[in-house]
Design a protein around this ligand. Sequence first.
Ligand SMILES: Nc1nc2c(ncn2[C@@H]2O[C@H](COP(=O)(O)OP(=O)(O)OP(=O)(O)O)[C@@H](O)[C@H]2O)c(=O)[nH]1
Ligand SMILES: [Mg+2]
Length: 627
Amino acid sequence: MSAAEPVGPWHLALVGNPNCGKTALFNALTGSRQKVANYPGVTVERKSGQFQTPSGRSVHLLDLPGTYSLRARSPDEQVTRDAVLGKLAGESAPDMLLCVADATNLRIALRLVLELKKVGRPMMLALNMIDIARKRGFEFDLDRLSEELGIPVVTSTAVRRGGVEDLVGRMDALIAAPPAKAAAGTWAVPTASELRATQREADRILAAAVKAPGRPDTLTGRLDTVLLHPVFGIVILLAVLFVMFQAVFTWAQPAMEGIKAGFEALGALVQAYLPEGLLQSFVQDGVIAGVGSVLVFLPQIVILFFFILVLEDLGYLARAAFLMDRVMGGAGLHGRAFIPLLSSFACAIPGIMATRVIDNRRDRLTTILVAPLMTCSARIPVYVLIISAFVPDEEVLGLFSLQGLVMFGLYAIGIASALLVSFVAKRLFWRDHPTEPFMLELPDYKLPRPKSVLIGLYTKAMMFLKRAGTTIFSMMVLIWFLASFPRPPEGATEPAIDYSLAAWIGKALEPITAPIGFDWHINVALVPGMAAREVAVAALGTVYAIEGGAEAADKIGATLAQSWSLATALALLAWYIFAPQCASTLAVIRRETGGWRWMAVSFGYMIALAYAAAFVTYNVTRLLAAG
Ligand SMILES: Nc1nc2c(ncn2[C@@H]2O[C@H](COP(=O)(O)OP(=O)(O)OP(=O)(O)O)[C@@H](O)[C@H]2O)c(=O)[nH]1
Ligand SMILES: [Mg+2]
């Protein structure tokens, strides 16, 4: 390049092994908040951002999924390969590759660097996580390393303030005096023997430039003897999950009471100041009762995510994947399916996207099919509402809350049915396809960083609030409208809602839902609940508020306990475990599988299971209650 080169942004791409801190570096450089987590395969899509170097040059930075080689196998690795080769649609070829390596784990990283050199682009290497490496006693001869590799080498700590100063400083120098562009790239898909040769070269360089600590870090090893133990490990995992669900129910109580009281006060205020009539009903029954009945679940969602984020940062979730591999393999699921399925506990959408780390298409499809069976956070409001109304608030063995146990049970049924469905799908569609062995690298344990946990919690909470403010709010307006019009005739004796469109729709559906114990109120809630699960709770809030007045809205749980039988309540819980009530999930399935077919399969099997489960639950409960 010459000095006359036009000064557009400098394109830089982050490349490295999974879990080496690329996204953390991306965030540190661009001030963005992409997801980082202590297990491999978190980033499955490219993300780009801009920043300015100290000398004012603007840089376009591309974060890429982690990979071990450009010999890409899975869809996420293909993104990285194409970006590096400059073939990614919509991205210009990178001016320079910023290779990132976990300084404590350089063997495979250096092999990748050597392979990348063949592409023929300018490169530099950042030894990231240098804080951990130094603490463990690694010693690096940076000059030697740089000389052997033939590229500049710097160190970085992506998660500390000031941890990337060296890196940006050097970047500036490189932009001012770009290294000569190598001759045309000679990269071709490496054969296994070429990879072995490259590995030998990497090992030689490693031996020459890095001194590993005499005493290896044994803390991770010692912890793992217990935590990965085939028996104790599983017991500990179950105990951890159990504590998590207990906490969701007990810790959240005070905050939920507070939010509830706030909405009650707001409702009273509206009643006092707005004239009686349609406007008052709209604000009180539609907006406050509807949105309020969903928002009270914010504390529980925050607590659940607190646990997930801390366990993730600790590196424990990757262990959980390892422990579950036996069980999952038996059900025909690929070991790499664990992380996507785990993400689905938050929401099936990121979960389904995370299946891109699975290279085999059939394994990936199986995982996509069962991901929506994991209990996502949108089900929490529904579960909690019904459980609090119908399951007595008692202690079992003086230790566990009965309500927490039932919740735990619902999660367990979700998991068990996911395993069962994948088992059946495997027999049905892909009989003669063996499941590949699990290869997940276990990251070292790290202390969770409060800042990243807080940012994670904030993002999750905002996502939930945004849904409450948009999807749920607009559905509420619709429900209120349907439940309020047409107005009852003069001198009507029944509650106004009985004359409304909502009642008409709900009653029209009754022949279908009567066998599973749902009356028309529930039908009214389920129809908009197809858009998003928690809408049903808000809809019930509104329907009963319009029917029963302000008192009913304040005590929606008590109202349900009076108007539903236990059989109906349990049937609705059973329905919710399976029903495909989420338009966005279906849309993502269509996008990720590239067609309508698998979306239709998902929808069909889930709705059939939901109906069957509700039918059995309803009738068995009635028989037992009668007998
Ligand atoms: N102590 C320390 N931790 C780091 C550093 N950089 C990243 N981490 C942590 O390492 C873990 C992995 O970081 P990510 O940025 O998600 O890694 P990635 O390379 O983007 O991983 P994939 O997207 O899965 O390929 C996270 O828990 C980070 O907080 C570092 O320099 N020092
Ligand atoms: Mg990443």
